[in-house]
Design a protein around this ligand. Sequence first.
Ligand code: UD1
Ligand code: UDP
Length: 367
Amino acid sequence: MKIITIFGTRPEAIKMCPVIKELKKRPEIECRVCLTGQHKEMLQQVMDLFHIQADYNLQIMKQNQTLSMITSEILNGLDIVFEKEQPDLVLVHGDTSSSFAAALAAFYHQVPIGHVEAGLRTYNMQSPYPEEFNRQAVDLITDIYFAPTELAKKQLLNEGKNESKIFVTGNTVIDALKTTVSEEYQSDVLDWCKGSKIILLTAHRRENIGTPMEHIFEAVKRIVTNYDEVKVVYPIHKNPKVRSIANRIFEGCERIKMIEPLDVYDFHNFMDRSYLILTDSGGIQEEAPALGKPVLVMRDTTERPEGVEAGTLKLVGTDEDAIVLETEKLLSDVNAYTSMSNAMNPYGDGNASRRIVDIIQKIFKEK
Ligand code: UD1
Ligand code: UDP
């Protein structure tokens, strides 16, 4: 059977590369990898780390790309790929515009769709935007749902999806995490942080760009001003809009180090050495509970309530005072810190990719 995996952004790559590695181990499966190219450098970092070469790259990325540009260019570009490859199954991941457009293209070509990380929901179309739409839309046309948790499965069932098509597999991000974190990890940035409490910062969400992101950065600035022992490391997303806000607000802040995006080996190890994490990312909310690192989630909603329940994540929104208050609590109150830093992993045992490929093979053998 021929399976084509289609993805285009950093988080999709991190979570699909372990699946591709597993697909490539099976002699009965012909595996093709198609990149939409929604991301460029940030995606290539992941492909290099996992030593995976793409068969196709639509190379659609442009500075300040709009959602319509991404979606229409992927749809157009994929026509040729589908016509040439005639796959038996398409695998997409999560909730990006690449995932949505690739699933839609598969639907138009009448190719069955497997959705990895299916069933995450906030039920708020504006948060995260446009990801909540993307994942719900993909699940409307999905044929095999790979739900990372029981909650994700329950949400799919509540929407009337067919139970026989839903499989709880764990999240493939844990598969990736198992291969990256190392006690021996060293780096120049880590040396720069020596003796300090490290706050790891990431922020990129479309709905936060503008005033909410200004509030986030002003809060971080206040925290380093108030606490001499804190140093902030910010691997900054390539988005020029994010960079322009960060450069303006963090100018002259010596204890805030803005660096280029880290590859996932560096990033996971950096997470592991951090005191706490401030982020609006989705994937980091899944990794931090496994590492026992407190995360303040700077968003109004989360589709990862399992991490909140595990005690490692707290939803703080984007209000400047709230971010400062909650961070200061973790910096000064040992009990508050300890209660959030227990390693609890609600996202599986690191064998999600093997499970996903086993399920696919079983379904196709029974056909
Ligand atoms: C996308 C996803 C989001 C995901 C995020 C992960 C959508 C709508 N959004 O958002 O769900 O959380 O990826 O990071 O699918 N850029 C580069 N080089 C890169 C990557 C990006 O220069 O390697 C710049 C480009 O100028 C690009 C901009 O970043 O126009 C924004 O990228 P885009 O993919 O549109 O949005 P993200 O915020 O990355
Ligand atoms: N990540 C990375 N380098 C960085 C920042 C993040 O490799 O400099 C990883 C992180 O470990 C996680 C993923 O990227 O696995 C999250 O991606 P991102 O925050 O871009 O997107 P989201 O998860 O919000 O969709």
